[in-house]
Design a binder for this molecule. Structure first.
Ligand SMILES: Cc1ncc(COP(=O)(O)O)c(C=O)c1O
Length: 383
């Protein structure tokens, strides 16, 4: 009999002790909730930036299984990675590309957002060379102040697109600048501008008008048009604290970020902890090391300003967060904490919870940056 030997180099699915867990059932729940709030309009979930840090391929695969077939990505590289992973979906490429990307965009079957005639021309040329056609979405800047054609240019721009047989305008779209604020005055102004564009371009018979992001799905029902492009909310995170629609509270956070205790150190009072001794023990302290640091996306700026859940308790992080390790004061858990114990950076443990919003507030940023900032070296594990 041939003896099966276990190769210790392959004995673990991943030897990284710090992981992101992705609750796919919660993703499905959030999609259903958003669909209800959008009055049953088609949803085109945004899975750009590695699905807001959740893992683009695993999120896309699950969404496809749920019947969603059109996704928002940032660029052709993100679309190509999905195609190469076997994801058979339509990718709307939301950020403007350059003419040199036209062939790749067409070859990967992307639907680029366009706002220059040069790009439309380049896409038409690429489509011609490859013997294919390309669907595009024309972006109108109704007040976001980022990208897009001017509202008064829309008719002429659509005429220019129509002059290319290989180019089909599948959508006309815009994006809100301030839909996540309590005061919706500016959003209503944008909506009015977009409605005018839609009215003035009716003759072009464009399939889809789309404008709504997560905040608008909840709070601006007049913006739902023919499809909506939710991002942050599909991941169970509220776009801001100012969403009026009470259903925002039904969102369930999809991501948990967890590590494990790898080392425990009894330190006498007065001991300097980590680089620069930015923390000094005030009393004899039990300090735990976790294998997570700014190399994983845990910001150095959270040093001495973070709680980690261990043993069901909020334990203070102490000393400077380093590239690969972070220290936590677990003195309150003496005798009840061991190497291997779970440490939660974002997520739940017992009755305690740390949210992406909490980390964002501590850092003076937004939850979007926290979750997208979790680095690729952290494995994403589907639950
Ligand atoms: C053009 C566009 N549409 C939709 C979204 C999704 O926005 P949110 O994550 O706020 O729902 C984004 C995100 O940045 C975007 O750039």
């Amino acid at each position: 009999m041939i003896e099966q030997t276990r190769d210790p180099r392959r004995s673990q699915r991943s030897d990284r002790l710090t992981r992101v867990y992705v609750h796919l059932d919660r993703l499905a729940h959030n999609m259903r909730l958003l669909e209800e709030c959008a009055g049953g309009r088609p949803l085109w979930p945004c899975i750009k930036a590695n699905a807001y840090g959740h893992g683009a391929v695993l999120v896309a695969r699950h969404l496809l299984g749920l019947g969603y077939e059109t996704f928002g990505v940032a660029d052709v590289g993100e679309a190509a990675a999905l195609v190469e992973a076997g994801i058979d979906a339509t990718c709307i490429v939301l950020s403007p590309a350059l003419p040199e990307h036209a062939e790749a965009l067409v070859a990967y079957g992307c639907e680029p957002v366009v706002c220059t005639r040069q790009m439309v021309h380049a896409l038409a040329g690429a489509a011609d060379r490859l013997g294919r056609s390309v669907a595009v979405h024309v972006k109108v800047d109704t007040g976001m102040g980022r990208i897009g054609i001017r509202p008064d240019e829309a008719g002429e721009f659509l005429d220019a697109c129509a002059a290319h047989t290989g180019v089909r305008v599948r959508g006309i779209m815009s994006h809100f600048a301030r839909a996540d604020e309590a005061d919706k005055d500016f959003s209503h102004t944008q909506l009015e501008v977009f409605r005018d564009v839609v009215k003035n371009t009716q003759a072009h018979r464009i399939e889809h008008r789309h404008m709504a992001n997560s905040a608008a799905i909840f709070d601006l029902p007049g913006s739902h048009f023919d499809a909506a492009r939710p991002g942050i909310a599909i991941y169970g995170i509220a776009p801001s604290a100012h969403i009026a629609n009470p259903r925002v509270r039904e969102l369930k956070p999809v991501l948990e970020w967890k590590s494990q205790v790898t080392f425990l150190n009894e330190m006498p009072a007065g001991t300097g902890v980590s680089y620069g001794h930015a923390y000094r023990t005030a009393r004899p302290s039990l300090i735990a090391a976790l294998p997570v640091g700014y190399g994983d996306g845990l910001s150095l700026r959270l040093s001495n300003n973070l709680d980690v859940l261990i043993g069901g308790m909020r334990c203070p992080q102490v000393g400077r967060i380093t590239m690969d390790m972070t220290l936590v004061d677990v003195s309150a858990l003496r005798g009840r904490v061991n190497p291997g114990d779970e440490a939660v950076l974002i997520g739940r443990q017992g009755d305690s919870q740390v949210s992406a919003d909490e980390l964002a507030a501590r850092l003076g940023t937004i939850s979007y940056e926290i979750v997208t900032g979790i680095n690729p070296r952290v494995p994403r594990v589907a639950l």
